[in-house]
Write a protein that binds this ligand. Sequence first.
Ligand code: NAD
Length: 413
Amino acid sequence: MTMESPLDTARSQLRSAVEKLSLSESMWNTLSTPRRILEVAVPLRRDTGVVEMYKGYRVQYSTTRGPSKGGIRFHPDIDLDETVALAMLMTWKCALVNLPYGGAKGGVAVDPRGLSARENERLTRRYTSEILPIIGPERDIPAPDVGTDEKNMAWMMDTYSVNAGFSVPGVVTGKPIVLGGSLGRTTATGDGVAISVREALIDRGIDIKGATIAIQGFGKVGYWTAVAVEAMGMRVVAVSDVSGGVKDFGSIADLHDHIASGGEIANYGKGEQISNEELLHLDVDVLVPAALADAITSKSALGIKARIVVEGANAPTTPEGDRIMHDNGITVVPDILANSGGVIVSYFEWVQDKQNYFWSADQIKENLESMMMRAFAEVRQLVKEKNVSWRDAAMMIGVGRVAEAHKLRGLYP
Ligand code: NAD
């Protein structure tokens, strides 16, 4: 079995796109190198008075097409390589859906579940002040990711604004509505994943009504995907979180209430308990990995029976897992297309903050749908024209746009 890190995966996907686009070695050198990496120590005074140190990162992979953009992750296992890989993916994703952004990612290697609310706030504020010199609405715009949410974004916005001397809502997206957040941002990634599921089902000629879906991960992406696919008439038959999975669990709203009141899927009283591995191997129409990287590997890919895999998570599939699914005739809608709804509505939030003029929920929904459908049409056309996978086609468009921007801007000096 080959062990792939998310960075190996990201570089291998980039290599494949560079070759398919016949780009030069110089362009590979340019595209495969992150532009700015900041590693910081983040001290935290615990409620007990003890001071602990955590590692924090912010990687600005590219700023060629605009300010860099990407989430902030609080998770004990993050490291620099993974952060670089995720920043790289953000670069191709923003280019694929034609947003005027580069790509970034950041985070702190901490388990937020072990922090009190006040500790989380102090850690967020200190991390923000450590990366303050390189972020800003014209430079680099963070957003929530695994382990962070709108509360963290409110503290980041406040810390930045206190230092600037005035309110700067456009420094982060995914903020609460009253601080300049956008309608539709909370559900955006899930809404976009659901659009991707729908488009892939149409493509495979499978009826949307009653199509069966299994979702790995029941956080911001997994939960809102479940809500959105059910609203389209599909049926979510199983979900999981870090504690385990459950099949035939009944109502999503009831399960969500259980989680929101501190429960876990493993201790949910209804349905049939299954393992995360069993969830991946269920006989469903669509499997949505919406948790962490490397869920679909050379080992776990072998048992996948779903006809379609829609990547809600970033980098959930290793190259070997990808090859196995391709050989087994599974359609894989890649992360940079499938979960782009989040950054698209983040872009709307940033535009609204810049204009100080806020859109209606219907406007957000329509614009999200039209931007995703345009990207789908472009990817679908390339899949047919070049006879490549959806991932290769999406990467070729995203990477091709960044390469073109580099060529047109030229090399300074
Ligand atoms: P989250 O922290 O809200 O939820 C993560 C979920 O995954 C939780 O339910 C957690 O229990 C579960 N999980 C963790 N480890 C697991 C494991 N080993 N097996 C099964 N479940 C596990 O995070 P999120 O914002 O929903 O992000 C999920 C993924 O989607 C990440 O890859 C993230 O980068 C990606 N993503 C998020 C957004 C966004 O807007 N939040 C946008 C694009 C992509």
